[in-house]
Design a protein around this ligand. Structure first.
Ligand code: ATP
Length: 311
């Protein structure tokens, strides 16, 4: 496999795209995600072994692999939620575990199930995307403890999906400015959820809920969208709409990294595929992935069923 060639091609391609989000005029020269020789195990047995992987700004990368192959673990290593046992993980050119600029990342966690425990509306979920932009002068008379917790909130929001303490959420909703609220409205409109803005998140279909989380990521004006199996449990029509939206965001320069079990969707939408089964079996353009033997090696016979490819 010639990953170097493909890396060079994707780097060149991404360099031609226009950046948006908080760094609109200053495209990042360093990779957005940079894993080098990363090994990690929950026990003494590694579930991710010697993975090196760089994602440049503007790329659209799908991570695929069989169940239990380490995809979610790899994503958590990318985000600094887990620390490598060996190797290095960097995010926006900082150590991933120390990275604390939550506004740059929109993370849609697998199933986003935490929402079920929080009786909040779609609009409130999306407002949470603005928390990372609140500065101390805008939180006014909140007491010291709340401010301390608040400063943790953006990262917590990113890292735990919806893991922000409700009391803090309530305390800071009132601190959002008019322009914050306009951004929230725009994000809702972009994902086609304006009509559902005041509906509780628990009263949505899976596809609608995922769109609400995408809107939260949009409202945060993230440069990097990281999505862990975002279309699980989502009906076919909503999946198409979801991918249209993701493609449009990527066209605007937002970097997309997603784990997707549906290889048909990967082939249709992603520019680059990383095929994982504890180690990297393939890393390159989607077309080359389809023609490679990585599927068979990483998935075994499962691959044909997943792709509908006979060969
Ligand atoms: N918190 C954890 N503690 C211990 N082992 C874990 C933990 N999370 C995952 N594992 C194990 O690590 C391995 C990789 O899991 P991971 O969730 O990263 O795989 P995956 O490719 O995302 O799987 P799936 O496609 O089924 O979601 C599996 O064997 C899993 O059982």
């Amino acid at each position: 496999m010639s990953t170097q060639d493909s890396d060079a091609a994707s780097t060149a391609e991404s360099a031609t795209r226009t950046a948006t989000g908080s760094d609109a005029d200053t495209p990042t020269a360093e990779p957005v995600v940079d894993l080098s020789g990363v090994t990690f195990g929950y026990t003494s047995t590694p579930v991710v072994t010697d993975v090196s992987l760089a994602v440049d700004q503007g790329e659209y990368v799908a991570i695929v692999g069989p169940n239990g192959s380490g995809k979610s673990t790899l994503m958590q290593l990318m985000l600094g939620l887990l620390e490598p046992d060996a190797g290095t993980a960097r995010l926006f050119d900082e150590s991933a575990v120390r990275f604390d600029d939550g506004e740059r990342i929109g993370y849609v966690a697998q199933h986003a199930s935490a929402a079920k425990e929080m009786p909040i509306t779609v609009r409130e979920v999306v407002k949470m995307g603005r928390f990372a932009h609140l500065t101390l002068d805008r939180v006014g008379d909140l007491n010291r403890d709340t401010i301390g917790a608040l400063r943790e909130a953006p990262l917590e929001t990113v890292r735990a999906g919806l893991g922000t303490v409700p009391a803090i959420v309530n305390a800071i909703f009132g601190r959002l400015s008019r322009s914050d609220l306009a951004i929230v409205d725009e994000a809702l409109e972009t994902v086609g959820m304006s009509a559902f803005a005041d509906r509780r998140i628990t009263q949505l279909s899976g596809g609608q809920r995922q769109r609400a989380f995408i809107a939260r990521a949009l409202a945060s004006e993230a440069d990097l969208l990281v999505l862990d199996e975002p279309t699980v449990g989502v009906d076919a029509e909503s999946v198409d709409a979801f991918y249209d939206l993701l493609g449009a965001l990527n066209d605007e320069g937002i970097t997309v990294v997603l784990i997707e079990h549906d290889l048909g969707a990967v082939v249709d939408h992603a520019d680059r595929v990383v095929c994982l089964n504890r180690e990297v079996y393939f890393d390159g353009p989607t077309e080359a992935f389809v023609e490679s033997d990585a599927l068979a090696r990483a998935f075994g016979t499962e691959a044909r069923v997943l792709t509908g490819v006979d060969g």
